[in-house]
Design a binder for this molecule. Sequence first.
Ligand code: SF4
Length: 476
Amino acid sequence: MKDQRDRFFHSVTIALNDIQLQTALDRGTTRGVNARIAAMGETTDAAALRHQARLARERALNRLPDLLEQLERNVIANGGHVLWARDAAELNAIVLDLCRKHDVRRVTKGKSMVTEESGLNHALEAQGIEINESDLGEYIIQLAGETPSHIVFPMLHKTKEATAQLLHEKLGMPMTDRPEEMTRFVRRVMRQKYLEADMGISGVNFAIAETGTIATVENEGNNRLSTSAPRVYVAVMGIEKVIATWEDYAVLVQLLARSATGQRLSVYNNLISGPRRPDEPDGPEVFYLVIMDNGRSGILGTAYAESLACIRCGACLNACPVYQNIGGHAYGWVYPGPIGSIVSPLLLGPTNAPRLPYASSLCGACQAACPVEINIPDMLLMLRRDLVQAGDPTLGWRVGMRVWRQAMLSPTLYRAGGWLAALVTQMLAGGDGKIESLPPPLNAWTESRDFPPFARESFRERLKRRRRERHESHPA
Ligand code: SF4
């Protein structure tokens, strides 16, 4: 576990010192936050809409087994096939089997967090199957040999300058700093790959149980091409993606777009109900829906069940002051940001992500941004409690928390502690009133942050003094 802790601190230190990353994060998250606020501001009653979305997700999670069965029945009735994967390894094995069954050599894949979770690309490549990401950002990340750093904007950690350099080196693109030129260039390369692919794979934004329909949202048309041009289409989803009705879809899809990219609706809203029918000009010959659990059913029915309501919009990432500074890769797994700090320990086991529940200032910006009102701060606190109960904290931490508890319970100790802290920090402060460095072991804090000295006069003392002064100047 110490190893995991050290790895997190190491990643954070690298991220904080990476100027290119800091520039990209600043641009990307600021744009994301502003776009969401503007788009949500256009709705007549954003709070009511969010509440409706929350209820839609609750309705689904409360009836998850029934809805999944209904979804399966309707997908089969539409001419599709449904396959169940207990975990990531099973998901990869299923897709590999399908590749063999349909003699697939080339695959094109739309955005899918579930396949990031399972490492599907590596699993297929290891068996000699070529797989190409079809989302522009994901494709660039694949070219760079990296992993996505954001749920919605996978290359948020890259500046346009770094992207241009990469495309120049890998694909011979003439250097440009204009994103539209880069997009045009990459599109030509990618289009050929869609046409050559035998199988298209995509993630699922929502699966509508009442008709067995798969909904994906996107802005590039890549998913539509990936799911309709190849002869085999495989949609991959986690069990929590099912929703009950089209009414629920109508609420969720507009909130997803507004929260994720600040659009009223995404440019492409694809709705797929089975393979190509005899009277249809295009579409896949066969359609499979693979539904993966990978630990999600273990979360259902626990105090963390609401984390399954997440619609993967990424708004909490953009809003989080920690994510804004360290980016996605520092979190160490597929799901970064505030929701990742909950989902990763739950899916990987808390000892495999022991620092993530602490990677939050608990400011509540994530909860305020979340379109389905997920109470992220409370779950982070619960995870911290679980880690403490599991014996995670060091001796120093345990002793520190005991002392803190005693001080908080005793007004005398609290006052004495405040007086002592003011005395010591005022002594440590330089002529400019700032503390350059705290003594060990507290110096880790001042390596990358300020530590203002405690005020000489406490809030209570100040309040008393001001009341006294007011009373003296205006006696009753
Ligand atoms: S927790 Fe909420 S804000 Fe964060 S990605 Fe999920 S739905 Fe979006």
